[in-house]
Design a protein around this ligand. Sequence first.
Ligand code: COA
Ligand code: MG
Length: 300
Amino acid sequence: MKRAMQQPTVQLRRSVLYVPASNEKALRKSASLACDAVIFDLEDAVAPGEKVAARERLRDFLAGKDRPGCEIVVRINALASEWGTEDLLAARAARPDAILLPKVDGPKDVLEADAALDETDAPRALKLWAMVETPRAVLNLGPIAELGRDPAARLTCLVAGTNDLAKDTGIALTPDRRHLAPFLLQMVMACRAGGLTVLDGVSNDFRDLEAFEAACAEARAMGFDGKTLIHPAQIGPANAVFAPSPEAVAEAEAIVAAFAEPENRGRGVISLDGRMVERLHLEMARGLLARARAITERQR
Ligand code: COA
Ligand code: MG
């Protein structure tokens, strides 16, 4: 449809599932799942003794007929590790949408990966994502996220690594995450400043979906675009919580319609159902409706 084609593209990242590259069954299952993106993991989910075999398996899988149609990301081992360079080359050859860098400490780590990709003549469309999971990354959030303003740096998304952050800081991972919240909010702020997507960390207890839904709702309230997941059962709840609710869609439609009224066209602020509505709300409403449309498209 002509109208739909004129809309700016919205990249949905409500549900982003880690799939260990060492797990053949999980790899095969990934193509049938309704997540917005998959992160094929060569790092923490793969034991040192399995690293090389996992890399081979992933390469074969992504070259085969079961390659998922959603956004594809490969998490490599740190470039400084013994597997990093080979992982980067294998990932680049598999033509993912992005490569996820673990244990990033500062902007230099991102720029190094970018330079390594440039050396292989990787297309500019190949993006970089970065984990925020070390104390130094948290302290360097501003400079890391600022790379989002430089298209040459390839960086488009930051991912919270809450398990590693808890391990490296001693911060307790309580169910309400009250001690982590300040850092997570700082991350959201940095990503908005840099124009990056921001994804929350995983919920380890994949059997307790009620708690998971609450965690998603909290992440959404903090401003996250989506959540990283470890299990297929978490996809449905994440997709639902990070989608605009029918009430929010109706409200957005009402705001767009109100500003389209001839008497409101030139006005900066109007009154709608007893509330002040400004043009910034119109902008938010349009963004929300674009997301809602993208979700409907995805479900087709
Ligand atoms: N991606 C794709 N498929 C997955 C999956 C994942 N992350 N996790 C589980 N599955 C599949 C299983 O293979 C199984 O498939 P089947 O129905 O064909 O038999 C099905 O989903 C049900 O799995 P289940 O038996 O409930 O879980 P499990 O005991 O096999 O696995 C974990 C549990 C936690 C080991 C597994 O979910 C996992 O490895 N998750 C990702 C961990 C990870 O990547 N960590 C690093 C980043 S934090
Ligand atoms: Mg980690």
